[in-house]
Write a protein that binds this ligand. Structure first.
Ligand SMILES: Cc1cc2nc3c(=O)[nH]c(=O)nc-3n(C[C@H](O)[C@H](O)[C@H](O)COP(=O)(O)OP(=O)(O)OC[C@H]3O[C@@H](n4cnc5c(N)ncnc54)[C@H](O)[C@@H]3O)c2cc1C
Length: 522
C-alpha cells in the first residue's frame, strides 16, 4: 500500500470562481473542485508539465489528498484515443508520481440511445486500436460490459485504485453515469476514492471558456478566442507503465463484445471511412493535401465535398481537435482556410458543448430562447404545404428531390454534407405538424444514420435549424415565424442542385412519385 502526503503544492492556477457559477446553473451539474481550497487535482502534488490544472475538476464530495492504493484508473468515455489525450496524460502523471501503474477501462453498454451497428462498428474499430496502443505501453485496457454505474465502482474497488479519472461530455447520459459513480465512491467504506474529471475534448475546457450559457457565436467567440492560444498545446506522448502491469489483463474478445450488443444491425456500416486514430490521421493528411486549400471558399458546396470529413473522428475522440489545429497552424499557409476551420472546429463546436452543458433542455423546443418559442407558437396552426410522416421522411419520399438526395446521402453514407443539414432540418419543420414533432424526427434520423450522431453539434444543429438557437429573429413568415428560412431556390443559387441530386438515385424519381400523388389528391 502506498501512502502519500500530498498537501504541499496548492495550485494557484485553478479557475475556481468561474466554476462556482457552473455548479449552480444546471440540475445535472457536477460538483467541481472550487469546494476545496483550490483546484483539487492541483493539490495532488502533480501538475504535469504544460498541463493546465483548470482542465480538471473534482466530481466526488470526497477530496482527501492522502491517496492510497495500487493504481490510478482512467475511465475512458468520450475521448477514445491514446495520443494527444489530456485525461491519459493527467492520470498517468499522477500514477507515475506515486509509483503505481495506470489502468484504462472502457464500459461498453449493450444499447446506447438507439446507436446502430454503423456507429458501434466505427467506435469498436477505434477501441481495438486503443487496446493495441495501450498494450504496447504495458498499460492494461479493460473492457467492461453492462451498466457503468455498477461496473465502474466495482472495478476501482476490486483493483484497489487510489484515484479515478474520467473525461468530459456535456450530455445528460454521461453526466448522469458520472454523478452516480461519484455518489457510489463517496458512499464506499472505509476507503473513499476521489473522481477527477478532465476536459480532454475541448481546446478550451468547457467550464473555462464560459461560466454560463452563451447567446450566440458572437458572444462566445469573444470569450474563447483570447484563450485558444493559452490552451492550444501539444500533449506529451504517454510512457510505458511499470513492467508487469499487464499481468491481470487478458486481450479483449471483440467479436464476443460485438455479438453481445442489442442494437439495430440493419443500418449498415459504411466503407468510405474507417474508424480509429490511424485512419483519422490519414483523413487529416488527405484533408490538408486535397481539401484545405479551398476549404474557406468551397466548404458550403455539397457537389464538391470540400470539407474535412473529420466529425466522426472528433465525435468518438479518436483524434483530437487540438492536434489538428496545431498541425494546420504549423503549415503556415492557407491562412484563410485555417482560420475558417478554427471557427468551425473550435468556436462553433465548443459553443455546442457550451449549449448542452448549460441548458439541460438542449434537445427540446422548451430549451429554445423565449422569442423563438413565442414565434413558433404563434405559427403553430399555420397550414403546412406538405405534411409527411416519419416513415415517408425516413424513406426519402418527399416531393423535393434535393431533400430526398440529402436524406439518401445520410442513410447510405452516414454523413450528410454540412450545408444540406441545415436545409434538411428546416424542411422537416415546414412539413410536419409541429415544431416538437419536427425536432424529434430530425434528432431521430440524425442519430440513427449519421456517424457523428448523438453529439452536442447534432443537438445544436437541429435546435439552430428548427428553434433558432444561436441565431437571431428574421422577417416573419408562415410556419417559421421569425426562425430563419431556407428554400430550394436559394440552394440553386449556391450550387448545382441537379448535379447533387443525380448522384443519389432514386431522389428524383421519389420526388416525381410524391408530386404525382399530390396531383391526384387535389
Ligand atoms: C441539422 C444539423 C445536424 C447536425 N448534426 C451533427 C451531428 O450529429 N454531429 C456533428 O458532429 N455535427 C453535426 N452538425 C454540424 C455540422 O454539420 C457537422 O459537424 C459537419 O457537417 C461535419 O462534417 P465535417 O467534419 O466534414 O465538417 P467541416 O466543415 O470540415 O468542419 C470541421 C469541424 O468543425 C465542426 N463543425 C462544423 N460545422 C459545425 C457546426 N455547424 N456546429 C458545430 N460544429 C461544427 C465539426 O466538429 C467538424 O468536424 C449538424 C448540423 C446541422 C445543421
Amino acid at each position: 500500500m502506498i501512502r502519500l502526503n500530498l498537501f504541499e503544492i496548492m495550485s494557484k492556477r485553478s479557475l475556481s470562481s468561474s466554476s462556482e457559477k457552473v455548479t449552480s446553473s444546471k440540475k445535472l451539474r457536477i460538483e467541481d473542485s472550487s469546494n476545496t481550497e483550490n483546484n483539487y487535482a492541483g493539490t495532488l502534488n502533480t501538475i504535469p508539465d504544460g498541463f493546465q490544472i483548470s482542465r480538471t475538476r473534482l466530481v466526488t464530495k470526497n477530496h482527501q489528498r492522502d491517496l492510497s492504493g495500487s493504481c490510478v484508473v482512467l475511465w475512458m468515455m468520450r475521448d477514445q484515443r491514446v495520443c494527444d489525450n489530456n485525461a491519459i496524460y493527467y492520470a498517468q502523471s499522477v500514477a507515475s508520481k506515486h509509483n503505481i501503474p495506470l489502468k484504462v477501462v472502457f464500459n461498453l453498454v449493450p444499447k446506447f440511445l438507439d446507436a446502430t451497428i454503423r456507429q458501434y462498428g466505427f467506435m469498436i474499430n477505434g477501441l481495438k486500436e486503443v487496446e493495441q496502443s495501450l498494450r504496447a505501453l504495458e498499460i492494461p485496457f479493460h473492457l467492461l460490459m453492462g451498466d457503468p454505474k455498477v461496473n465502474i465502482p466495482k472495478f476501482v474497488k476490486d483493483h484497489d485504485a487510489s484515484l479515478l479519472v474520467t473525461d468530459f461530455s456535456p450530455l445528460r447520459v454521461g453526466l448522469g453515469w458520472i454523478q452516480h459513480v461519484a455518489q457510489s465512491l463517496d458512499e464506499n467504506t472505509p476507503k473513499k476514492i476521489p473522481l477527477v474529471q478532465v476536459d480532454a475534448h475541448n481546446v478550451v475546457p468547457c467550464w473555462v471558456a464560459s461560466p454560463k450559457l452563451e447567446y450566440s457565436a458572437r458572444t462566445f467567440r469573444g470569450k474563447i478566442s483570447p484563450l485558444i492560444g493559452e490552451y492550444l498545446r501539444e500533449v506529451p506522448l504517454p510512457h510505458t507503465n511499470p513492467t508487469g502491469s499487464l499481468i491481470d489483463c487478458s486481450p479483449i474478445d471483440w467479436e464476443a463484445a460485438l455479438n453481445s450488443l442489442q442494437i439495430d444491425r440493419t443500418v449498415k456500416e459504411v466503407d468510405w471511412i474507417v474508424g480509429g486514430a490511424k485512419a483519422g490521421e490519414l483523413m487529416v493528411e488527405e484533408f490538408i493535401k486535397k481539401r484545405l486549400p479551398n476549404y474557406d471558399t468551397n466548404r458550403n458546396n455539397p457537389t464538391l465535398d470540400n470539407v474535412s470529413n473529420l466529425s466522426p473522428y472528433f465525435h468518438f475522440g479518436q483524434i483530437s481537435v487540438q492536434k489538428v489545429v496545431l498541425k494546420l497552424k504549423a503549415l503556415k499557409k492557407f491562412g484563410g482556410a485555417v482560420d475558417t476551420f478554427i471557427e468551425e472546429a473550435v468556436v462553433r463546436r465548443e459553443l455546442a458543448d457550451n449549449f448542452c452543458y448549460y441548458n439541460p433542455k438542449y434537445d427540446s423546443i422548451e430549451g429554445c430562447y423565449g422569442w423563438a418559442k413565442e414565434t413558433l407558437q404563434v405559427h403553430q396552426n399555420d397550414k403546412r404545404p406538405y405534411v409527411y410522416t416519419k416513415e415517408q421522411l425516413e424513406n426519402a419520399m418527399t416531393h423535393d428531390d434535393l431533400w430526398n438526395a440529402a436524406q439518401i446521402q445520410m442513410t447510405r453514407e452516414g454523413k450528410m454534407h454540412g450545408f444540406l443539414r441545415m436545409y434538411w432540418a428546416k424542411k422537416i419543420l415546414e412539413w410536419t405538424n409541429s415544431p416538437e414533432e419536427a425536432l424529434s424526427i430530425a434528432i431521430y434520423l440524425n442519430d440513427k444514420y449519421e456517424l457523428d450522431g448523438r453529439d452536442p453539434n447534432g443537438y445544436v444543429g437541429c435546435m439552430w435549424s428548427i428553434g433558432g438557437i444561436h441565431d437571431q429573429g428574421w422577417g416573419e413568415r408562415p410556419i417559421f415565424g421569425k426562425i430563419r428560412f431556407m428554400n430550394y431556390e436559394g440552394c440553386k443559387r449556391k450550387f448545382d442542385v441537379k448535379k447533387f441530386v443525380t448522384k443519389y438515385p432514386p431522389a428524383m424519381s421519389n420526388a416525381n412519385v410524391a408530386n404525382n400523388q399530390r396531383t391526384l389528391r387535389f
